[in-house]
Design a protein around this ligand. Structure first.
Ligand code: GLN
Ligand code: ZN
Length: 764
């Protein structure tokens, strides 16, 4: 039974890669120094994995920015503008220009598009394809790293490639006249060359990642897959191919594996344990090895050895010891590196947490248990048993409250129509009321304040006074812009989830739990280890202070339960829905406190609702069942007259408009302007019942939108949505812009709303 790993975090334990890349971008180090640091990180990672006893160790899982972008360079899939910048000499500069754009010496080339990697928070650079596109080996990174690893370790190195179908799937056609899967015939010869070259360098195993196997595939994708792997199978007498799938099960696509003759198939038995029996049954007749993805590469909890051993023993029973491999389910890219660098996590919690390095060692634990070491099994069993009753983790009052949630708790008192009437009477808004999404520019000044507070150069009181000054300032600015509903600016928040996680029971934050989000950007997700409850008010002081400084309406600003879950490491000892309802109850209490303190409009942000969607459509209903319920628990405890807003990012909502309307928020603001109101297409088929503010200006560039442009978008919206239901607001993310841009843009926005009100008859 071989032990292997799909990929190791590459940012370095002290975020060395981030620091090195940023130093290189700002000309503080040269490329040799950058490469040296990269090499050091790779060496350390390989040594750690070798020391733990892994039989196969991945290489080419390292990346200076993104492994999908690495693939684009390997395959020579480089869009024109970057290639034709004559002043770029080094490949690494070409690479970074694709990732970050190139603005120098009169050149102004934008960065390539970026989007999320399946259902994770990792972002990759989207490959761009043209009709009849040709591919060729352009970068030597994978071959160089293979030479490097050969020198460093005695275990078997295993180069990792993103598979051809997944690679094409992740990209985008730049013209409408073709389908990117049509490129497979041009692409496969290059994959064959790469595999042969690696084999000639001495590679005996190659890992090809095809996570698309867990998705609902189209006929085009199926045909491309069949073609690709018939060709790749021809090489199998020369080198062992391990085909991996992860993030879900592959039963729907198992027929695709039938006709191919690769050596090993990796499946994820964490996300879909149910597939194991079927896959075993299927493999009995084939010669393939089964790689069991048993250790969770997406979450940080200790493995349950009893469960894993059962899966391994069953697989060995049916396939024999030589045809079973064990591994984490996915790359460990999505979790922090080493728990030894955590100093403040209470021991009761720390002892049930594993980061990447510890996860690798769990594989040798499992092997030792199989060899007869029952002590390891018992110790693991005892730890997990102890956690089941730990008073650190469990709070009977909170559990009881979740159990007692009733139908009435997830319903507003009256229907939207009645609420809307009462709210309009009370607020007396004009048509097209204007507002913003919550944050305002987070300037250097604010970051300095926060860092001074952290270093204790500023007392809490002094810090809070400064933040209050900023709030007063932002209110004056909004009054001058003449917005209808104001916000307090969120200056006291570093991050919209972290802020709440620091105030809720059941959460901890880590000292060094960094995970790559994109490029050099890392995040430190909070950990939900226990029952979640509100300890005290979290936002009331700030919002009431802000309200006391204006006669206009101040919108309270909260993060919703689904987003808090989605951007944290969540405990795995109870259904995710239970944890969601606990967070929802805490938010509900906060909503109530805000209402009791006189706040009339409360926004509960759920930017992550869409990205939490399961990969397979068949699982959407159950996801919506609990996520919508959670939002409604949080938002339904208020009077009819209190207006609940919510906000969502990304414009692809056409397919989920109905569930969104089930949230029953009085007003929803949605990021749309980047797609020029693409969102509105869905409104022809489904008439959204409540009020809605599609973003009318794109905050992603410093450009100031003109009054006419905004008016045009308002017109478009008015064609699809009843005018009385339309709000006018920018897209989210004002915190990333500069003040002068924000003021000018918002003034144009309120001006456009004013004109629209006057010309209402022409809008319909
Ligand atoms: N209220 C948040 C803000 O304006 C919403 C952030 C988001 O949409 N991700 O920054
Ligand atoms: Zn948003």
């Amino acid at each position: 039974m071989l032990k292997h790993n799909l990929g190791y975090p590459r940012i370095g334990i002290q975020r060395e890669l981030k620091k090195a890349c940023e130093a290189y971008w700002y000309n503080k180090i040269d490329s040799n120094k950058l490469f040296e640091i990269g090499k050091k990180i790779r060496k350390e990672n390989w040594k750690i994995q070798e020391k733990s006893g892994l039989d196969l160790i991945p290489c080419n899982d390292f990346s200076f920015y993104d492994h999908v972008l690495d693939m684009s360079l390997l395959l020579g899939c480089i869009p024109d503008p970057y290639l034709s910048i004559p002043i770029i000499n080094e490949k690494i500069d070409l690479y970074f220009s694709m990732a970050r754009g190139f603005q120098k010496n009169g050149w102004d080339v934008k960065a390539m598009e970026m989007t999320k990697w399946f259902n994770t928070n990792y972002h990759y650079i989207v490959p761009e394809f043209h009709k009849n596109q040709k591919f060729h080996i352009f970068s030597n990174k994978i071959f160089d790293e293979f030479e490097e690893i050969k020198k460093e370790i005695k275990s078997i190195p295993k180069p990792v490639l993103i598979g051809p179908i997944t690679y094409l799937f992740l990209g985008k056609e730049k013209e409408n006249s073709f389908h990117r899967m049509d490129l497979i015939e041009n692409l496969i010869p290059v994959y064959i060359q790469i595999i042969k070259k690696l084999k000639n360098q001495g590679s005996t195993w190659i890992q090809i990642d095809e996570p698309i196997l867990v998705l609902d595939l189209s006929q085009k994708e199926i045909e491309a897959f069949q073609y690709a792997y018939q060709e790749i199978s021809k090489l199998c007498s020369e080198v062992n191919i391990l085909l991996t799938s992860y993030f879900d099960g592959i039963l729907e696509n198992i027929s695709l594996i039938k006709d191919i003759s690769i050596q090993a198939l990796h499946i994820d038995v964490i996300e879909d344990p149910g597939q194991l029996e079927f896959i075993l049954d299927f493999l009995m007749e084939k010669k393939m090895i089964l790689s069991l993805g048993l250790i969770n590469g997406r979450n940080i909890w200790k493995n349950n050895y009893v469960h894993s051993i059962k899966k391994i023993e069953r697989s060995i029973e049916l396939l024999g010891d030589k045809r079973v491999m064990i591994a984490p389910n996915s790359s460990l890219l999505h979790i922090p590196i080493d728990i030894e660098y955590e100093y403040s996590i209470p021991n009761d919690i720390k002892e049930i947490i594993c980061f990447a390095k510890q996860k690798i060692y769990e594989l040798s634990d499992l092997e030792n248990i199989l060899k007869g070491n029952k002590d390891i099994l018992l110790k693991n069993f005892d730890l997990l048993e102890k956690a089941k009753t730990s008073s650190f983790i469990h709070d009977t009052k909170i559990k009881e409250r979740v159990r007692k949630i009733k139908e009435n708790d997830i319903k507003r008192k009256s229907s939207f129509k009645i609420r809307q009437k009462k709210q309009h009477e009370k607020f007396n808004f004009p048509f097209f009321p204007t507002t913003t999404i919550g944050s305002f520019p987070q300037t250097k000044e604010i970051r300095i304040l926060r860092s001074k507070l952290r270093k204790k150069e500023l007392s809490k009181k002094e810090y809070e006074n400064k933040i209050q000054e900023l709030i007063v300032e932002v209110i004056r600015k909004q009054e001058e812009i003449n917005l209808d509903v104001l916000v307090h600016g969120e200056f006291e928040r570093n991050d919209m989830v972290e802020f709440f996680s620091e105030k809720l029971k059941g959460f901890i934050s880590t000292d060094n739990g960094w995970v790559q989000s994109y490029g050099s950007r890392c995040v430190k997700p909070p950990v939900i280890y226990g029952d979640v409850g509100r300890i005290g008010e979290m936002t009331v002081d700030w919002i009431c202070f802000a309200q006391s400084k204006t006669k206009k309406l101040m919108k309270g600003m909260l993060t919703g339960p689904v987003t808090i879950l989605q951007w944290s490491f969540v405990r795995d000892d109870q259904p995710i829905s239970t944890t969601a309802y606990q967070i929802a109850l805490a938010i509900r209490d906060e909503v109530k406190s805000l209402e009791d303190s006189g706040i009339r409009i409360i926004q509960i942000d759920e930017p992550a609702l869409r990205e939490g969607l399961p990969l397979k459509k068949k699982d959407w209903t159950s996801y919506f069942n609990w996520s919508i319920k959670a939002f409604r628990i949080a938002s339904s405890g208020v009077k009819d007259e209190t207006q609940i807003h919510t906000h969502m990012c990304y414009s692809e909502f056409n397919d989920i408009l109905k569930p969104i309307s089930d949230l029953d928020a009085d007003v929803i603001t949605i990021e749309t302007s980047r797609s020029k109101m693409e969102l509105l297409k869905g409104f022809s088929e489904f008439s959204y019942p409540n009020e809605i503010g599609p973003g009318v200006y794109d905050i992603h560039s410093p450009r100031i939108p003109t009054v006419e442009e905004i008016l045009d978008l308002i017109k478009k919206a008015s064609n699809k949505i009843p005018i009385r239901n339309i709000w006018i607001n920018p897209d989210c993310g004002l915190k990333t812009r500069k003040w002068n841009e924000v003021i000018k843009s918002l003034k144009n926005m309120t001006e456009a709303a004013k004109i629209a009100r006057k010309k209402m008859d022409q809008l319909i």
